[in-house]
Design a protein around this ligand. Structure first.
Ligand code: SF4
Length: 314
């Protein structure tokens, strides 16, 4: 099953912007493109605005802004963009993530400039009108902006969430079952622990109570809270906590010297002296020598393809 990711078409290099240009992200197109299948959309082109076209901006109420041309020429495309969202959003259920173009009055995820009806700047307090509808329709969907993907922490977090949500979509496609839900939770336990200790403690019991009668309701509640937990970037302290948990599984099979080496590396990571990859590489090495089925299936140890090198900078 392909990993489908929606994307603002300009970020993929399509010349659809108001100025006739694009906003190609090489990382997205070249690196992520090896693993994801993109579903490009340009709402402004789709409603019939050409390229180039007059620049538009958000105007008025931050929660219900109008989208109007910047020169005050009387163009208002709010209703067309709403109608486009009504039409296209129901068909995006296959997406495991979405990459939006920042700052756009249509696609911007956050901090979009807002103006008063008199043309006065009201600050970067808006959300693009299509982005707002997308996030409301699919609250669990991992969504990120092109510019924010330059940040190693946000980039790693987004890709990890996409790969995880894709597994959830696979589970739904195969047919949701109590066992499937439990398997999903078991494989993702340490990932969850690294991101949100409280939800780690709450979601286990929620799953344990699931039965066929209320499965759809429990699963909906579970995935909403689970994806919200993963959206919180893991702190170094929490990662170190997970590494120590994993270390515990090896206490009967490692030599004293090997245990000391692993403990020292985890401590070095906790202090910021080595990247996360260092203790993880050693843990994976020990796992290959001492196969432990429960650990081997933990997605925390390999949450995405290693060629993306996402943990090198953490
Ligand atoms: S930001 Fe969105 S609406 Fe603007 S050019 Fe890119 S895809 Fe089209």
């Amino acid at each position: 099953m392909s990993i489908w990711v929606g994307i603002s078409a300009c970020v993929l290099g399509d010349k659809v912007r108001f100025d006739g240009g694009h906003k190609l992200s090489r990382f997205v197109a070249d690196e992520l493109g090896r693993h994801f299948r993109f579903h490009p959309l340009c709402p402004e082109m789709a409603i019939g605005l050409g390229s180039p076209r007059p620049a538009i901006r958000l105007v008025g109420d931050p929660d219900h802004p109008r989208v109007q041309d910047s020169k005050g020429a009387g163009l208002d495309v709010t209703d067309q963009l709403d109608a486009f969202s009504d039409k296209v959003l129901p068909g995006l259920q296959h997406l495991a993530g979405y990459i939006l173009c920042g700052k756009s009055p249509t696609c911007g995820m956050e901090r979009v400039k807002l103006y008063s009806h008199e043309g006065e700047g009201l600050g970067k307090v808006g959300v693009g009108v299509f982005a707002r509808r997308l996030m409301a329709a699919y609250p669990e969907l991992p969504v990120e902006e092109d510019g924010r993907l330059h940040d190693p922490l946000l980039r790693e977090n987004f890709v990890m969430r996409v790969m995880t949500y894709h597994q959830w979509l696979q589970l739904l496609a195969e047919g949701l079952s109590v066992q499937g839900l439990m398997d999903f939770h078991r494989r993702n336990k340490f990932l969850l622990l690294a991101h949100h200790q409280r939800l780690y403690r709450e979601l286990g019991p929620l799953i344990a109570k699931a039965c066929q009668n209320d499965l759809a309701q429990v699963a909906g509640d579970y995935i909403r809270r689970f994806m919200a937990a993963l959206a919180r970037p893991a702190k170094r302290r929490d990662q170190a906590n997970v590494l120590m948990h994993l270390q515990g599984f090896f206490k009967k099979v490692l030599e004293p010297q090997e245990k000391a080496e692993l403990a020292a590396l985890i401590d070095d990571y906790r202090q910021g002296l080595v990247p996360l990859m260092a203790p993880l590489t050693l843990l994976n090495h020990h796992l290959r020598r001492h196969p432990l089925p429960y650990l081997a299936e933990q997605r925390y140890l390999q949450p995405y393809p290693s060629d993306l090198k996402l943990r090198y900078g953490l």
